[in-house]
Design a protein around this ligand. Structure first.
Ligand code: SF4
Length: 714
């Protein structure tokens, strides 16, 4: 029997462990997918501490996309109207390096941008930072994580002094009350939710509260579902805070010893009396009071959130308003308690650790901090002052930069912005204007490939070895188990090759990904995300949860219940966490008589993001053949819309047609569409044709969750 290769599911941030074996095994029939193609066998890894052998449909079927529509060779063209022609790696890489040189001298280093991905392994992320922020001297590296969890990053940083989810999955089974807000975990983080649901079912005293405008599968399992009006999250959180203050359900000692800003926060809370909050949120007063009572009566409250809070023009304030409740009740730094952001992508956490956003540097450092820049410059053997002090262009700012002619070279890797960005027609027009776009991906065609001058084939999951960190800070070695098709290469090798061609020989001498990892973890020493004790040798034996500093006891490596801030000291200047005292601003684009509905976007259980993988797996596409829209029966009746009818949705930016699902799961006045369909999969049915790019001023994360629309039957 062939020993299975251990790896990690490359979809969501739950980070389930997988074991993979080849299609043909001695004494067994060849394993095949629905279409009869031999396919790698995938099962859950029972020894993985985060998932304990469980997988959802996405993880179970991931291998079925490995050999479909792969980009195998570098391709080039001079203009977007020409067909691509196959070229050698040397020709493609020389063209990129020459173009970087000429653009840098004509327009300056800040006219070059890279847009990366939470699909990267940490080694890919790290080398991309070294190339862009170190060698090229521009912080114009951002990742699709900007659209996913940058508000959580900003919220943690502002409230605690550092990024980093303080909780772990063990907390799911030790909490008194799970408070889920803006997350449909049952569909989007199913294995985490299954663990929580099982514990909740067995322990009836444990409370499960779900805050979501939709009655999702997650909400159906709740003791209390608060179907708040979209955009009223801060009102709700402040309303709960108001009641806790009124009832004096506070941890006064914790507030006194471990926090700052409580008096200012209590002043803000005065403006959120429960009657007003219930009216604004469109929930009953007794529902609000019950939610507050759960916070008041339970010592260990575990809050969890994802896009519902993050994808908002006040995303950071929402995250911090939730953290406020933990600070006022002292529900943090102990088992079963704390604010736990559920990461969207498989390695968005690794990206944060490696500095993979436009304002970050590796090891949870920031580009604005002179000491941080100096530390990284030394580590990278670059002259002082090489790293720029100003944060680079974020995802949407790159689109604006293309529009303004400021961005002259865009390098996109492992992501599909021609589907996932807000205001997609504007995005596509900006991509069309790009003087030079490199697109590096495992698949072809994709929507974004239409806008590229150079295509670089990337090795993907199972075709390269590297590390990923999941939502609970567990690092897993994802081992290679097959060769990449054609001439595809690992992302980090491609970045390093361009770096060497630009003259940075010393900086990019790596024999393999283990050498990249060694250099990276050394930069995390003594930081909150200290991984300096994590080596490939150790990871070959087991997964490791950070912090795991160099010299840590080997036995420590097998502990998966490490929490941050157990000593109740925070990485701020004075060791205290900060309350956030801000008012709710509501939606950036509220409904009005012309556009009377709030459209909210999200995901379905089976699909992943823009379907680059899942759209090529028949089991999954059969389940969701069409893009759809959820509408409440009362609205459907008024507009003469029947279940199954195609309808047209229009916003101020664009339109799209969707098949109506008439359901009471959505509140009157609100509509829901999934975000997965690009023009490759359905004609004129893109959710992001409708969304707007208004972003949170702190995190620069766009409000993909809500926009104003009108609806008419087709
Ligand atoms: Fe993969 Fe997430 Fe499903 Fe786990 S829950 S198998 S990580 S998609």
């Amino acid at each position: 029997m062939t020993t299975p290769t251990k790896t990690l599911c490359p979809y969501c941030g739950v980070g389930c462990g997988l074991e993979v074996q080849p299609p043909a095994l001695p004494g067994k029939a060849t394993y095949r997918d629905d279409a009869g193609t031999p396919t790698w066998r995938v099962r859950g890894d029972r020894q993985h501490p985060s998932s304990r052998g469980r997988v959802c449909v996405k993880g179970a079927t991931v291998a079925e996309s490995l050999d479909k529509s792969r980009l195998k060779y570098p391709m080039m063209r001079d203009t977007l109207d020409e067909p691509f022609r196959q070229v050698s790696w040397d020709e493609a890489l020389d063209r990129i390096a020459n173009r970087i040189r000429s653009i840098r001298s004509a327009y300056g280093r800040h006219s070059i941008c890279m847009y990366g991905s939470g699909q990267f392994q940490t080694e890919d992320y790290y080398i991309a930072q070294k190339l862009m922020k170190g060698c090229l001297g521009t912080n114009n590296f951002d990742a699709n994580s900007r659209l996913c969890m940058s508000s959580a990053v900003a919220g943690y940083l502002q409230s605690f002094g550092s990024d980093g989810p303080p909780c772990c999955y063990d907390d799911l089974e030790q909490t008194d009350c799970a408070f889920l807000i803006g997350t449909n975990a049952a569909e989007c983080h199913p294995i985490v939710f299954n663990r929580l649901r099982e514990y909740h079912k067995k322990n009836r005293k444990v409370k499960l509260v779900v805050v979501d405008p939709r009655e999702t599968s997650t909400a159906k399992a709740a003791d209390l579902h608060l179907a708040i009006r979209p955009g009223t999250d801060i009102d709700l959180l402040h309303g709960i805070g108001h009641l806790l203050l009124r009832w004096q359900a506070l941890d006064s000692l914790f507030i006194e010893d471990c926090t700052r800003g409580f008096p200012e926060y209590t002043q803000i809370l005065e403006s959120y009396p429960p009657e007003l909050v219930a009216r604004r949120c469109d929930i009953r007063l007794d529902e609000l009071e019950l939610a507050a009572r759960y916070w008041a009566e339970n010592e260990r409250v575990l809050s969890m959130w994802s896009m519902g809070l993050n994808q908002s023009s006040e995303g950071t304030a929402k995250v911090r308003s939730l953290i406020n409740l933990h600070l006022m009740t002292g529900s943090i730094g102990k088992p079963g308690a704390g604010p736990f952001s559920l990461t969207g992508q498989p390695n968005a956490m690794g990206g944060r650790e490696a500095g993979g956003l436009a304002h970050l540097l590796p090891g949870y450092r920031t580009v604005k901090n002179p000491q941080h820049r100096a530390e990284v410059e030394r580590h990278w053997q670059l002259p002082p002052g090489q790293i720029d002090a100003i944060p680079g262009l974020t995802a949407w700012d790159m689109i604006l930069g293309l529009e303004a002619g400021q961005v002259q070279l865009l390098w996109v890797a492992a992501t599909n912005p021609a589907v996932s960005m807000p205001d997609i027609e504007r995005t596509k027009a900006a991509l069309r204007r790009s003087p030079f776009t490199v697109y590096q991906d495992a698949y072809y065609p994709t929507e974004t490939a239409d806008y590229a001058h150079v295509l670089l084939p990337a090795a993907q999951w199972g075709e390269k070895t590297g590390t990923m960190t999941n939502s609970e800070r567990v690092v897993t070695l994802c081992s290679k188990f097959r060769d990449a098709p054609g001439e595809a290469r690992p992302d980090w090798e491609i970045f390093a090759e361009v770096g060497r061609r630009l003259g940075f020989e010393t900086q990019f001498q790596f024999s393999d990904s283990a050498a990249v990892h060694r250099e990276f973890v050394a930069l995390t020493k003594s930081r909150t995300c200290d991984m300096s004790g994590i080596t490939y040798d150790l990871l070959q034996k087991q997964t490791v949860q950070w912090p795991h500093p160099e010299g840590a006891d080997e036995a420590e490596a097998g502990c998966y219940d490490k929490r941050l801030y157990e000593d109740l000291r925070f990485p701020t200047e004075d060791g205290r966490a900060r309350f956030c005292a801000v008012h709710s601003r509501g939606l950036a684009e509220a409904p009005d008589p012309d556009y009377p509905f709030v459209l909210t976007t999200g995901r379905v259980y089976e699909h992943w993001h823009t379907q680059t993988r899942t759209g090529r797996i028949p089991k999954i596409t059969k389940k969701h053949p069409h893009p759809f829209i959820e509408i409440h029966p009362r609205d459907a009746k008024k507009l003469e819309v029947l279940d199954g009818m195609w309808v047209m949705i229009r916003s101020r930016r664009g339109e799209g047609k969707f098949k109506a699902q008439v359901t009471k799961a959505i509140a009157p006045g609100t509509l829901f569409v999934p975000m997965h369909w690009g023009f490759l999969w359905a004609d004129n049915s893109q959710a992001n044709a409708l969304t707007h790019p208004e972003a949170c001023p702190d995190s620069r994360q766009p409000e993909l969750k809500a926009c104003a629309v009108q609806l008419s039957p087709l």
